[in-house]
Design a binder for this molecule. Structure first.
Ligand code: NZQ
Ligand code: ZN
Length: 389
């Protein structure tokens, strides 16, 4: 196991009706003037926003609002949010929505303290040093931004999608009420589940050996997702399944299942190019790309694939790691298809000419590669894209 430091200070408030505590929590974490940040129409339509406003009013907390965050959140609204926070002297941002809203809130929170263009930190993936405090009321379990120290934004001018980090970006609190996810369309539910699974797999595929504790934690989350996702697809108001998925989503990305080990993250890099270019839903892109990445990695490092196949899907042991691992990859592909995810980039609206273009836009390390479990070049990226086109 590698040396590590782990601090995940987010205060989670989980369960039915918990959004009523938003005002109290904002006060507890020092907010005096609030920006409520939200997305399109869903939070207004469900009545969630009025309940959140009421909860702030009950605490006597003044607030301003900025809605309109789009999936794959854009830089334009971040600039607007930064100006608004400075003008209104906002000292706390409350994000009401999914990963896109929370990421936009985090970018605004950091941007308030950045001289000049906030984008410089995202472009170069430089960690941000300081931000306003952010709290969240989560409406879709998926991105894990409610527990992570990450934020991912698309630059509207260049259509480049990049993420950065900062310990200050971990939400002060996150309200997780599984009932708020009953209204999710099946496509968003399944895309969110795929993203949660991908966050675990990016950590599971590691060259660090003998990290049984995090291997087993990863497997617990993967087994939960494989078991619970079909239940909510069949019955969107199944509270227990929604609850398990919501908590799995937060645990999948606060890094408790990733410490002490090298992590991969090649598939996320491959996916961000799809979302940047054709506005693809992040989790759906991952559902297509992950099996394709696995097929590329399998011949080089079959051992872990065989372990995954046996422990997650209970496949028949072929007494040959590569053959057993291949059954596991097939099981993942079948699983994603069974929950309504596509299996090709074409189904996501990608064009053949996009493939080399995206491969050449990937951010590379100094040695000209990306990914860690196996090192990939832009030529490998294009091959992976083609194999699932
Ligand atoms: O805008 P509204 O009307 O709210 O609709 C949203 C949106 O269209 C809808 N939705 C959300 N909650 C709902 C609902 N509809 C009905 N009922 C509800 N309860 O769902 C749609 C998708 O929302 P979005 O916030 O985009 O989803 P998600 O949470 O998947 O976030 C995706 C973004 O997060 C980034 C992705 O790249 C992508 O930009 N990620 C952020 C990470 C992080 N900060 O740690 C890590 C991830 O790997 C990921 O990259
Ligand atoms: Zn993700």
């Amino acid at each position: 196991m590698l040396n590590f430091e782990f601090c995940s200070p987010t205060h989670f408030v989980f369960g039915k009706g918990t959004e009523a505590q938003a005002g109290k929590l904002v006060r507890q974490f020092g907010g005096n003037k609030i920006l409520i940040h939200y997305g399109g129409a869903s939070a207004e339509r469900s009545g969630l926003l009025s309940r959140v406003r009421k909860s702030l009013e009950e605490e006597g907390l003044p607030f301003v609002e900025l809605g309109g965050v789009k999936p794959n959140p854009r830089s334009g609204l971040v600039y607007e949010g930064i100006d608004l926070c400075r003008k209104e002297e906002v000292d706390f941002i409350l994000a009401v929505g999914g990963g896109s809203v929370i990421d936009s809130a985090k970018a605004i929170a950091a941007g308030v303290f950045i001289e000049g263009d906030f984008w410089q930190y995202w472009e170069t993936k430089t960690p941000v040093p300081k931000s306003l405090p952010v709290g969240t009321v989560l409406t879709i379990p998926a991105a894990g931004s409610e527990s992570s120290h990450n934020t991912v934004i698309t630059n509207e001018k260049t259509m480049v999608k990049r993420g950065t980090t900062g310990q200050c970006l971990r939400p002060k609190f996150s309200i997780l009420n599984p009932e708020l996810t009953f209204t999710l369309p099946a496509w968003q539910t399944a895309s969110g589940a795929s993203d949660i699974i991908a966050h675990v797999l990016e950590r599971y595929f590691s060259n660090t050996e003998d990290v049984e504790v995090t291997d087993r934690l990863c497997e617990a989350l993967l087994l939960t997702m494989v078991h619970e996702t079909p239940r909510v697809i069949a019955d969107p108001t199944c509270y227990e399944a929604r609850a398990n998925i919501m908590w799995a989503g937060a645990l999948a990305h606060n890094n408790v299942v990733g410490v002490g080990r090298e992590q991969d993250w090649a598939t996320h890099a491959l996916e961000h190019e799809l979302s940047a270019l054709r506005d693809v839903t992040h989790g759906a892109g991952l559902a297509v790309l992950f099996p394709a990445w696995m097929e590329k990695a399998l011949p080089q490092k079959p051992k872990l694939f065989a372990k995954m196949a046996l422990r997650i899907f209970g496949v028949e042991d072929q007494k040959d790691d590569e053959k057993t691992g291949a059954l596991g990859i097939k099981a993942w592909r079948d699983f994603f298809t069974s929950i309504g995810m596509p299996s090709t980039l074409r189904e996501l609206g990608m064009q053949e000419e996009d493939l080399p273009y995206m491969a050449n836009r990937l951010m590379l390390k100094k040695d000209g590669t990306f990914g860690n479990f196996i090192k990939l070049t832009p030529a490998d990226a294009e091959e992976i894209y083609r194999n699932c086109f």
